[in-house]
Design a protein around this ligand. Structure first.
Ligand code: ADP
Length: 460
C-alpha cells in the first residue's frame, strides 16, 4: 500500500516538475527572443540611417552586441557579411534559413542545439523606403547563447528535486500516520463486529476519539449494549414464562398422580379435576396473554379523532368494581373534553392495565389505599397521571418494568397471597404508547407509591 502511495506521489510530482520546467524554459526563451528581436530591429533601423558611416555602424553594432551578449551580423542582399561585432565573418557569405526569410522581408528565429550549447538565432530584414516603395537592402542576423537559460533551468531542476525529495518524505510520513490513524479504528471495529457475530453481545470497543470514527465506535458500543439487553430480557422472559408454566404443570402432575393411586370416591375425583381445570385455565390465560402481547407488535392501529376524557371515564367505570373489592379508593374527577387522535380500544386497554396494577400492587400495611387519575391539558399536550400509594418500586427496577416478562419480585406476595401476574401488562402498555408515538414516564418510591405520566398530543 505504502509503495503505491509513494509511486503516486512520485509520479504526480515528476509530471508536475517536467511541465513546470518546460514552461519556465519556454517563457525564458520567448522573453530572450522578444528582447533580441527588439535589439535586431534597432540595429536595422540605425544601420538604415547611417549606411555611409561604417565606423559608426561598427561601433553601434559592437555596443548592442555587448549589451545583448550576442553576435550581431549585418548582411547585404548578396548574403555577404558587412558588419560583425567579432569581425570573424566579414566578407564571408552566410546562407541559412533565417537570412533567406529576412531577405524575403520576413523576420525569423530558431533555436539550434549545437551539442555543448544551444543557440537562439534570429534575423530581421533591413527595409528602406525609397520614393514610397519598400526595398530590402539586407538583414540583421543575431545569435545568442542560451546557456544561461539552460543553467537557470538546471538550477531550478536541482531545487525542485530537493523540494520534491523533502515533500515526498513529508507526504510519506503523513501517509504512514494517516493510514495508521484510519486502519487502527477500522481494525477495532472489524474485531467488534466479528465478536458480535460470534455471539459476544455487549462487546465494547475502547476509545475516546472525537472524530467520525469516535462517533462510529460510540454507535457500535450502543448497538452492542442494546443487543445484550435484548438478549438478557429474552432469557429472563423465557425463564419467567417457563417458571409460570412449570407451577401449574407440576400441580396437574401431582393431582393426576394422587388420583391414580388407590380408589377414591367420586367427590374426590371431582375436587381434583376442578383443581386441574383451574390450573389449566391459569396456563391458558398466560398463553393468551403472551399471544396477545406478541400479536400487538404487528397490529395496525385504528386511529380516529376521539375524546380522551370519555375514554378515561369509561375505563374508570370498568375498574371501579374491582377496586371496591380490593378496598382501593378511586379518585377521579371528570375533566373538560380533550380531543386526541388514537385507537380507542387500545387506549382503554392501556389505561386498564395501569389501573389494574395500581390496585394489584396496593400496600396492605396502609389503612387507606387509593389510585388517583388526573387528566389536564397543557398547551397542545394532554397529561394523564395515574398515581397510587401502593408498595412502589426500587429505583433500580424502573428501567426494566416495560420489558416483556419482567416482574420486580417473581411470584410476589402481599401478606400470604401471591400476586398474580406474568410481567406482560406493562410491555403491552409501552407497545400501545409507542405505536401512538406518545411518551410515558414512571416515578416510584419503595413503600410510598408509583406515578405513571403519559404525554399525549392533542388536536388544537
Ligand atoms: P405483572 O403481570 O407482573 O403485573 P406488569 O408488566 O404489569 O406485570 O408489571 C411489571 C412489574 O412492574 C410488576 O411485576 C410489578 O413488580 C411492577 N409494577 C407495575 N405497576 C406497579 C405499581 N403500580 N406499583 C408497584 N409495582 C408495579
Amino acid at each position: 500500500m505504502l509503495i503505491i502511495y509513494s509511486l503516486i506521489i512520485l509520479l504526480t510530482f515528476s509530471a508536475f516538475s517536467i511541465i513546470m520546467l518546460n514552461n519556465y524554459r519556454n517563457t525564458q526563451i520567448r522573453n530572450a527572443e522578444i528582447r533580441l528581436f527588439q535589439t535586431a530591429n534597432i540595429v536595422a533601423d540605425t544601420y538604415k540611417g547611417n549606411r555611409d558611416e561604417m565606423i559608426f555602424t561598427r561601433m553601434m553594432v559592437r555596443s548592442y552586441g555587448k549589451q545583448a551578449n550576442a553576435r550581431i551580423l549585418i548582411i547585404n542582399t548578396e548574403r555577404e557579411v558587412i558588419v560583425d561585432n567579432y569581425n570573424d565573418y566579414i566578407g564571408k557569405k552566410i546562407n541559412n534559413e533565417e537570412i533567406a526569410n529576412s531577405l524575403k522581408g520576413k523576420s525569423a528565429s530558431n533555436v539550434y542545439d549545437l551539442g555543448s550549447k544551444e543557440v537562439l538565432q534570429l534575423s530581421v530584414p533591413i527595409i528602406l523606403n525609397e520614393f514610397g516603395r519598400d526595398k530590402i537592402i539586407g538583414a540583421v542576423l543575431l545569435s545568442a547563447d542560451m546557456s544561461s537559460i539552460n543553467s537557470n533551468v538546471r538550477g531550478l531542476r536541482k531545487d525542485m528535486i530537493k523540494i520534491g525529495s523533502i515533500g515526498l518524505l513529508i507526504s510519506l510520513m503523513l501517509t504512514i500516520f494517516a493510514t495508521h490513524n484510519f486502519t487502527k479504528p477500522l481494525k477495532k471495529l472489524t474485531l467488534g463486529v466479528e465478536k458480535i457475530s460470534e455471539g459476544y453481545l455487549g462487546y465494547t470497543i475502547e476509545g475516546n476519539r472525537k472524530d467520525e470514527f469516535g462517533k462510529l465506535i460510540d454507535t457500535f458500543n450502543n448497538m452492542s449494549s442494546t443487543l445484550s439487553n435484548i438478549e438478557r430480557n429474552r432469557k429472563s422472559f423465557i425463564n419467567s414464562i417457563s417458571h409460570e408454566l412449570k407451577t401449574p404443570l407440576t400441580s396437574i402432575k401431582v393431582l393426576i398422580e394422587s388420583l391414580s393411586i388407590g380408589n377414591r370416591n367420586i367427590d374426590t375425583y371431582r375436587e381434583y379435576l376442578e383443581d386441574i381445570y383451574s390450573e389449566t385455565e391459569r396456563m391458558e390465560k398466560l398463553v393468551n396473554y403472551l399471544m396477545k402481547s406478541i400479536k400487538l407488535e404487528d397490529t395496525i392501529l385504528n386511529i380516529k379523532e376521539e375524546d380522551l376524557s370519555i375514554i378515561l371515564s369509561d375505563t374508570v367505570k370498568l375498574i371501579i368494581p374491582y377496586a371496591n373489592r380490593n378496598n382501593v379508593d378511586v379518585h377521579f374527577r371528570n375533566t373538560e373534553n380533550i380531543r386526541v387522535r388514537c385507537d380507542k380500544d387500545k387506549v382503554k386497554e392501556m389505561i386498564f392495565n395501569l389501573l389494574d396494577n395500581s390496585i394489584k400492587y396496593k400496600d396492605i400495611c396502609k389503612e387507606n389505599n387509593f389510585v388517583s387519575i388526573d387528566l389536564e391539558k397543557r398547551n397542545n399536550t394532554a397529561i394523564l397521571k395515574i398515581k397510587d400509594n401502593g408498595i412502589g418500586m426500587d429505583e433500580n427496577n424502573i428501567d426494566s418494568i416495560f420489558n416483556r416478562g419482567f416482574r420486580v419480585f417473581d411470584g410476589q406476595f402481599i401478606g400470604n397471597s401471591r400476586i398474580e401476574g406474568y410481567g406482560i401488562g406493562l410491555s403491552i402498555v409501552k407497545s400501545i404508547i409507542d405505536k401512538h408515538g406518545w411518551h410515558i414516564s414512571v416515578k416510584s418510591t419503595l413503600g410510598s407509591g408509583t406515578t405513571f405520566t403519559i404525554e399525549i398530543p392533542t388536536i388544537s
